[in-house]
Design a protein around this ligand. Sequence first.
Ligand code: TRP
Length: 77
Amino acid sequence: MDANQNPTQGDYFVIKAKENGVQVIGLTRGHDTKFHHTEKLDKGEVMLAQFTAHTSAVKIRGKAIVMTKHGVLDTEE
Ligand code: TRP
């Protein structure tokens, strides 16, 4: 069973904000790809989240460190 069917099976990712006002934007799974949630993080705040049945993509605005199973990214580099 994959993340499409079971929301508890999705990959986790971690975002650590390097400045105030970093936005973590969840985009819907399925035919329509729309923003469904925007979370604002201030400097030093950390968010752990999953890809779920409702969330297929995530957009990050601002300076942050992003950790996934694919590696660690700095949005500034
Ligand atoms: N209700 C959303 C969901 O279950 C919550 C969520 C999960 C979310 N992962 C996210 C929101 C990533 C923004 C970014 O899919």
